[in-house]
Structures are given as C-alpha cells and as structure tokens.
Design a protein around this ligand. Structure first.
Ligand SMILES: Nc1nc2c(ncn2[C@@H]2O[C@H](COP(=O)(O)OP(=O)(O)OP(=O)(O)O)[C@@H](O)[C@H]2O)c(=O)[nH]1
Ligand SMILES: [Mg+2]
Length: 461
C-alpha cells in the first residue's frame, strides 16, 4: 500500500545521497520534499508537521558517524520518526497483536463502518487464534440488519474450523451477545468474537446499539475495522468511533489494494489507538501483525540501512575511523591498519551480513554467497598480522621465505596463507589508491561496489 510514498521518498534520498556532505540547506530541501510526499500519501497535516519537525531537530547537530554517509544518517532519522508516528518506539513492549490476557471466555468486539471487513476479519482472527494460539473460539454475528450477515459468518466459521453461535431468528443484537457469552462460559470457550452490523458513522442508532453491547459484554478488546482505501475518511471514522464507543485497537484492511498509506501513518496520532492487525486480502489467512518498524522499513525500502547505521554507530570507534581515513588519504595504509579493519569487521558481524544491509549490493551479496566466504579467515589473518614484528608490518616487502615460515608457525597458519594475506593486502592498497582517485564523493556515490576490483562486477575476494 505504500508504493507511491516509498517511491517518492526513495527519490528524495537518492538526490540526498548524491551530495556526499550535507549542508543545512540540503536537509531543508530534502525535508520539504518529504513533507510533500507525506501529504500526497494522505497523511494528516498535523502528523506531517510533527514528523518533519522531529526530523529537522534531530538531523541538525547530528554527530557524524564516519562509517556511514550523511544521507544514510538522515534516512535513519526519518525512519525513527516514521516508527514513532506508526505507534512504535518508546514504551513499545512489542505486544502488538490481540491481547487475550483476561479471564476466559475473552470477549472481542468487532466494530466499524459498512463493508470495512469486520466479518471477514472475525473469521481471520478465529482461524489465527485456533491454529496459532490453540484457542477454542466461538464466533457470533450480532448483525440483524443485513439478512445474509449471520449466514456469512457461519460460512467463515466453517472455513476456519471454529464454532459459530447457532442462529435464532428474531433475537436482538443484545440478546445474541448475552447468549454467546452464556454458551461460551458453559462450554468453556477461550475467546468469543462478536461481529456487529456495519454502520455509517453518522448512524446514531447503530452507534448506540454497539455502545450498549459493549457495556453489557465488557469486551477485553474492541477492535475497530477500517478500510485503508478510504484514506483520511478512515481516520475520521476512527476518531468518531473512539469518541462514541471507545476502541482498544485498530485493524486496517485492504492494505493489499493501492491505498496511499497515509491513514496508517495518521491513525495513532489522531486516535491514540494502536493499529494491531492488517488485512491483506480476502482469504482467511491474509492477516498480518502490525510492526511499526517493519512498516517504516517497507515505506523507506532502504534495505537495512537503518540497522547498518545502528550497528556502525554502536561499534565503530570514531577516532580510529578518522585516523584511518587520514592515513588512507596520504597513501599510508599499513598492515596494522588492515588488522584494525579486520577487528572492526569482526565486531560488526559477518561480512555477508554487513554487505547485505547496503542497498544496491544484492548482486555482490550473491557473489559472496557463491564464493562461500568463510569469515573465520578474518580471525586467522588477524593472527598472522599479530605474529609480525612492527617493522614487518610497516614494510611487508622485507618478508622473505624464512620470516614467512616464522610468522606461519607463530600464528598457527601456513606459508600459503601468509602469502595470500600479503597478496590481499597489496590488492587492498591498490584499491585504496583507486579510492583516493575516485575521491570521497565518488565513494559515497558508488557505495561499496566502487571499492571492489572491477567496480563490483568481479568476485570481490
Ligand atoms: N482485498 C481485500 N478485501 C477484503 C479484505 N477484508 C475484507 N475484504 C473484502 O471486503 C468485502 C466486505 O467484507 P466484510 O467482511 O463483509 O465487511 P463487513 O465490515 O463485515 O461488512 P458489513 O457487515 O456489511 O458492514 C468482502 O468482499 C471481503 O472479502 C482485505 O484485507 N483485503
Ligand atoms: Mg459484516
């Protein structure tokens, strides 16, 4: 559902990335475009304003992390703001789905506008609770306004292989609700899902009816089902239901359509209620948990830049990185520096993992997998380097056969491995020289691929 927004934001970040170092004007310009993209995606104005302001505050005066580009840092900041807008972040206990932490039978009341997907979602929830959570579920339709409604739920119950409350003609919604709770208590059901009639938000009588049912059954969850395709209207609906009935969570359906996604971004801020579930199709298994961080990731479509920045910020010693950058600039990259690099990489996890997080290196990643790169080799290489004397590390050209033998023995490796390391170091020095030629900006533009022999088209190792 976020394709358009995602495309726009990607465009903004692409332009940002091409800059290399970012001035405040660059950030301001980018934020203006982010703002327009959000508005076009139908995000509520106050939410847009709040989000953009947050990003600006945080982007200005950000400490620069050497190992990532400024643009990557901005992307991370935007990401965090999106996660917050979606209802994640601080105080997020990770519990997103339906809360069943109450005495059985736990009543769940489904409310929402006509055709929003209440009945379908009731079936989806029943299926999930039965299969995933091993719960005994009773489905009950309180919809006496549409003739076929109760039969529709009965059919869905059969598909989900759960029980539906026997239909008794002529009962009122309140009578059905009470009967459902009675049956559930007697027959020891874990959960009762009460599906209500669709209503127009302005339909006071129906609103009142659902409020009464809520009062009588005291549901542990009151889930408002909204159609993502209705955009801002979905947000207004949610506000109305929150005011008149009170809801504990929101289910957003039809995210499989081409909704612009703004409703999802506005919902938490406008209603205070969290989005708990997403409906992604007509089939009963098309139900997803709502993860703010994953949705933000989907919107930004940034591979895992965000976690890369987090990892880099946590692990890379900034002073070290700066010293190294200076030495590279002067063409003084030594085996000692190489050993340092190996250590950093070791800290950040596997090489494949790191490369996989960078956008645009999918191809290289495949090559890496093909090359079956063994990261334990990094540890052995570090051992080889530490078995050298300082002089040897500074001038590896003095390493003749006897020295190599000593180093191999000292590090528990072989002369071949020592040779391989030296060859790799030579290649790397050559690469560093190339990098100096490309210049810092080019490096940012080309990303990691520019560093690899053949610009990433060949096997990197
Ligand atoms: N594509 C898609 N269709 C959905 C989704 N959820 C529900 N639908 C479809 O939307 C239509 C209406 O769904 P219902 O579950 O009957 O909606 P309702 O809220 O119970 O409708 P009323 O009871 O009349 O108010 C059906 O054709 C469903 O198959 C979804 O997540 N994606
Ligand atoms: Mg229905």
């Amino acid at each position: 559902m976020f394709e358009a927004l995602s495309g726009k934001l990607n465009g903004v970040f692409d332009r940002l990335r091409r800059r290399g170092a970012l001035s405040e004007a660059d950030v301001t310009e980018a934020l203006r475009e982010v703002r327009v993209a959000l508005l076009e995606a139908d995000v509520a104005l106050p939410v847009v304003r709040d989000l953009v302001n947050k990003v600006r505050e945080r982007a200005v005066g950000q400490e620069v992390i050497r190992s990532v580009s400024p643009a990557q840092q901005v992307i991370k900041i935007v990401n965090d703001a999106l996660v917050e807008a979606l209802g994640g972040g601080e105080g997020d206990d990770g519990k997103r789905g339906i809360d069943l932490n109450a005495p059985s039978p736990v009543p769940i009341l489904m409310v929402g506008l006509q055709g929003s997907g209440k009945t379908t979602t009731s079936g989806k929830i029943a299926l999930r609770l039965r299969t995933r959570d091993r719960k005994k579920v009773l489905l009950a339709s309180l919809d006496v306004h549409r003739p076929a409604a109760q039969l529709q739920l009965q059919t869905l119950a059969q598909q989900a292989e759960v029980t539906s409350l026997p239909i008794i003609a002529g009962q009122s919604p309140m009578q059905i609700a009470m009967r459902a709770m009675d049956v559930a208590r007697r027959e020891l059901y874990d959960v009762v899902v009460l599906d209500t009639a669709g209503r127009l938000a302005i339909d006071e009588a129906l609103m009142e009816e659902v409020a009464q049912v809520k009062l009588a059954t005291n549901p542990h969850e009151t889930l408002l089902v909204v159609d993502a395709m209705t955009g801002q209207d979905a947000v207004n609906t949610a506000r109305a239901f929150q005011d008149k009935v009170g809801v504990t969570g929101i289910v957003m359906t039809r995210i499989d359509g081409d909704a612009r996604g703004g409703a999802a971004l506005s919902m938490r801020a406008v209603t205070g209620a969290p989005i708990k579930l997403l409906g992604a199709g007509e089939k009963l298994d098309a139900l997803e948990d709502f993860h703010p961080d994953r949705i933000a990731g989907r919107i930004l479509g940034m591979g895992d830049i965000v976690s890369l920045v987090e990892k880099a910020a946590a692990n890379i010693d900034q002073a070290e990185a700066e010293k190294l950058a200076a030495r590279i600039q002067k063409g003084q990259f030594t085996l000692e520096d190489y050993a340092q690099q190996l250590k950093q990489i070791g800290k950040m996890g596997s090489l494949q993992g790191i490369l996989g997080m960078l956008p645009g290196v999918g191809k290289i990643k495949q090559q890496l997998n093909d090359a079956n790169l063994d990261t334990s080799i990094l540890g052995r290489q570090a051992a080889i380097i530490s078995s050298m004397t300082p002089r040897e590390r500074r001038s590896p050209e003095i390493l003749k056969a006897s020295r190599k033998k000593r180093i191999a023995a000292g590090s528990g490796t072989s002369v071949q491995e020592v040779n391989k390391l030296l060859k790799q170091f030579d290649d790397m020095s050559a690469m560093m020289k190339r990098m100096n030629k490309i210049g810092q900006k080019g490096l940012m533009r080309g990303g990691l691929a520019a560093l690899l022999p053949g610009g990433g088209n060949k096997r990197p190792f």
